[in-house]
Design a protein around this ligand. Structure first.
Ligand SMILES: NC(=O)c1ccc[n+]([C@@H]2O[C@H](COP(=O)([O-])OP(=O)(O)OC[C@H]3O[C@@H](n4cnc5c(N)ncnc54)[C@H](OP(=O)(O)O)[C@@H]3O)[C@@H](O)[C@H]2O)c1
Length: 336
């Protein structure tokens, strides 16, 4: 099979011939039709991720058809599916087990013509989504769902702020929050992205690149936000904390911009706010998210689609941060 293989740090992945992994009991082989990138793939390429093992086929997200099924997994044969993008969450809903791992490192991922995976990870791809849209859903949708719904406890009527709306998780959080019936605002580095967020149901937004964006936010929503969802961290985190309403929840799932600033405790405790960490989600949350996306006919936004041979360009495109939505790699679909 053709696969995008990362062999060394700070290089693009290269297109290579690989043997697909054998299919064991309760496993299936997918013919992958589309795979989507996440910031994680960029961190791994840059050597800024724990437990890197090379060479590796990256990719946590994909959509494909089951073309082979091992004993116990026959019911999936021929089905168009997406995958829960991780393994071994464990028994405790509140945090993952020590054996938890994400698809696409250390196990080979979706950026290849075939993927061998446990049938336990499969769910039928929502019928209203194209292969490219479905490929963009799993990791971002799951992370956004747990952050917004489980950790943030967002509900209809809440005022929700999503930072850096150009990000894959952030954009899904916006779409989920709008569908929940929340009043949603965003931040971004580009006014076009704020406009696109408004076209997806946001009430408004500010540019975090402008010095007084924190004050602009407070002016926009004087009462503050019930839920704030952030993947950026960095200096702006203090402004996000300040933007919380009494009893509000600031949920963070990432730290693209690094360390938080010093935050005055007095700014937080009197308003009884909560700062909550979130990572990925459980298989049960994944099922709930896919059901919600199907019921509300939500479509992950696809920014761009690159053919497999130009997969390295897809990585460069995501790294440049110009995207709005998922960067997808399309796999060649000649007969298997
Ligand atoms: N814990 C988890 O389970 C989990 C899961 C997925 C991702 N993550 C982490 O979360 C982060 C985002 O991941 P992703 O895949 O959604 O990223 P992504 O698609 O690569 O998006 C990055 C976005 O971050 C935004 N950004 C950059 N600097 C910012 C700042 N100073 N303030 C606000 N926003 C800023 C930009 O938004 P604009 O374009 O709008 O300016 C950019 O488009 C990464 O650090 C990733 O490793 C964690």
């Amino acid at each position: 099979m053709k696969a995008l293989v990362l062999e060394a740090q700070d290089q693009g992945p290269t297109l290579q011939e690989r043997e697909p992994a054998p299919v064991g009991p309760n496993q299936v082989r997918l013919r992958v039709s589309a795979a989507a990138l996440n910031r994680r793939d960029i961190w791994i390429r840059r050597g800024k991720y724990p437990g890197i093992k090379l060479p590796i086929i990256l990719g946590s997200d994909g959509c494909g058809q089951v073309v082979e099924a091992g004993p116990g997994a026959e019911e999936w044969l021929g089905e168009r599916v997406i995958c829960y993008p991780a393994f071994e969450w464990g028994d405790d809903e509140s945090y993952q087990s020590a054996d938890f791992r994400i698809l696409g490192l250390p196990d080979d991922g979706t950026l290849a013509e075939y993927l061998t995976i446990s049938a336990e990870n499969l769910i039928t791809a929502p019928g209203h989504l194209t292969d490219e849209e479905a490929a963009g859903l799993p990791l971002a949708g799951l992370t956004a769902w747990r952050s917004l719904v489980t950790r943030g406890r967002a509900k209809s009527g809440d005022r929700v702020l999503v930072s850096g709306v150009g990000g894959g998780v952030a954009l899904m959080a916006l779409q989920l929050a709008v569908a929940l019936g929340a009043e949603v605002y965003v931040t971004s580095s580009q006014s076009e992205k704020v406009e696109r967020a408004i076209s997806l149901g946001a009430r408004g937004g500010v540019l975090y690149t402008e010095g007084d964006w924190g004050a602009q936010l407070r002016e926009m929503t004087p009462g503050g936000f019930d839920v704030v969802i952030d993947g950026a961290g960095g200096e702006g985190f203090g402004d996000l904390a300040q933007a919380l309403a009494p009893g509000g929840r600031l949920v963070f799932y990432g730290g693209t911009r690094g360390k938080w600033p010093r935050i005055l405790p007095q700014m937080l405790f009197f308003r009884q706010v909560e700062i909550l960490a979130s990572t990925m989600g459980t298989p049960t949350e994944f099922d709930a998210m896919v059901r919600f996306v199907t019921e509300h006919a939500l479509k992950p936004v696809v920014d761009s689609v690159f053919p497999l041979e130009r997969g390295a360009e897809a990585f460069d495109h995501l790294e440049a941060n110009g995207q709005f939505g998922k960067v997808v790699v399309k796999l060649p679909m000649e007969k298997a």
